[in-house]
Design a protein around this ligand. Structure first.
Ligand code: NAP
Length: 299
């Protein structure tokens, strides 16, 4: 349980509601900043304004998945007020406090470092990335269905990258009956992809491997789907780029060539906000409980 642990939530979207629900169920004392338009109520949660005082006793601060922008602005869909994380606010936190966000821009990293406050970037954790790959792959399949006039069953799909997202994507396509080719750069990924029943190839051979592709899913966050790769694709092919912005596709050339290509960021929060929220809730509650137990042992 989290009795006596104080947690401040600042901004966020539907995903954050799952985290609030979980922490209030665990009896944490929750302060909600930037939720003034929220219709729902949570037992054990109170609303507060974005003031320095609101940070004074917090053991944990929970920011939205995207953290802050480059100027410290925090997005909140449940408020029309501007939320900004300032140095003054962060400076009021007790030294043992931790800040949690999905990811952090240099602004947030610098601020936490400046005040000696630990920052946890949840999306960097393997477990979160693997759980998140499930709604990501489902969202990518949804886009594939929306943008093609064929079934995934019987199609030829190329997946680039065989990490946390690529592996799930390849397996989901295989489960629906697609012929799946997987582009890798490591021998152990080649071997694993072969073992799992995919057709592996080295990304150096990408151009020759896309000739018969109906679908191309990219998870490599560097320019890999180049003009020459796009030129080798059949015009019917659809490129769904899952890699973080700006993706790995030459979108300008794809448009010129008439090949449908789309960058599809943030799919878990779009197609399954509840599941995406539960993934964060489960990991965050575990981490806060561990910290709280550590403080209890030290006291
Ligand atoms: P990951 O586990 O690190 O996987 C990335 C894969 O790409 C690895 O297999 C890596 O191989 C490979 N790779 C990287 N650079 C390469 C290159 N130049 N040539 C060939 N292969 C290369 O990352 P992830 O968690 O799967 O995430 C992949 C991307 O998707 C990230 O940009 C992430 O931000 C994004 N993402 C997007 C969504 C969404 O909703 N669209 C959701 C989750 C994640 P090595 O192991 O050899 O490095």
């Amino acid at each position: 349980m989290l009795t006596g642990t104080q947690v401040a939530f600042i901004g966020g979207d539907a995903r954050q509601l799952e985290v609030i629900r979980r922490l209030t169920e665990l009896d944490a004392t929750v302060t909600l900043i930037g939720f003034d338009n929220l219709k729902q109520t949570f037992d054990g949660a109170t609303h507060a304004e974005m003031t320095e005082e609101a940070f004074e006793n917090a053991d944990a601060v929970l920011l939205p998945v995207v953290g802050t922008d480059d100027e410290g602005k925090i997005e909140g869909v449940f408020t029309s007020k501007e939320l900004r994380l300032t140095s003054e606010c962060l400076g009021r936190l007790p030294k043992h406090a931790k800040v949690y966000a999905g990811m952090a821009k240099p602004y947030l990293r610098n601020l936490c470092e400046q005040h000696g406050i630990a920052l946890v970037e949840l999306l960097e954790r393997d477990d979160v990335a693997i759980y998140n790959s499930i709604p990501t792959a489902e969202g990518a399949l949804m886009l594939a269905m929306q943008h093609t006039d064929i079934t995934i069953h019987g199609s030829t799909a190329v997946v680039l990258g065989f990490g946390r997202t690529g592996m799930t994507m390849a397996r989901a396509l295989q489960g629906l009956g697609a012929k799946v080719l997987v582009g890798v750069r490591r021998e152990e990924h080649y071997a694993r992809a072969y073992e799992m029943g995919f057709e592996p190839f080295h990304t150096a051979q990408l151009q020759s491997k896309v000739v018969g592709a109906d679908l191309l899913f990219n998870t490599v966050p560097s320019p890999i789907v180049t003009a020459s790769v796009i030129a080798a694709l059949p015009p019917r092919a659809v490129i769904i780029d899952l890699a973080s912005k700006p993706g790995g596709t030459d979108f300008r050339f794809a448009e010129r060539r008439g090949v449908k290509a789309m960058l599809a960021p943030g799919l878990p929060g779009i197609v399954a906000p509840k599941t995406a929220g539960r993934i964060i809730a489960s990991v965050v509650s575990q981490l806060i409980m561990e910290d709280s137990a550590k403080r209890g042992n030290e006291a």
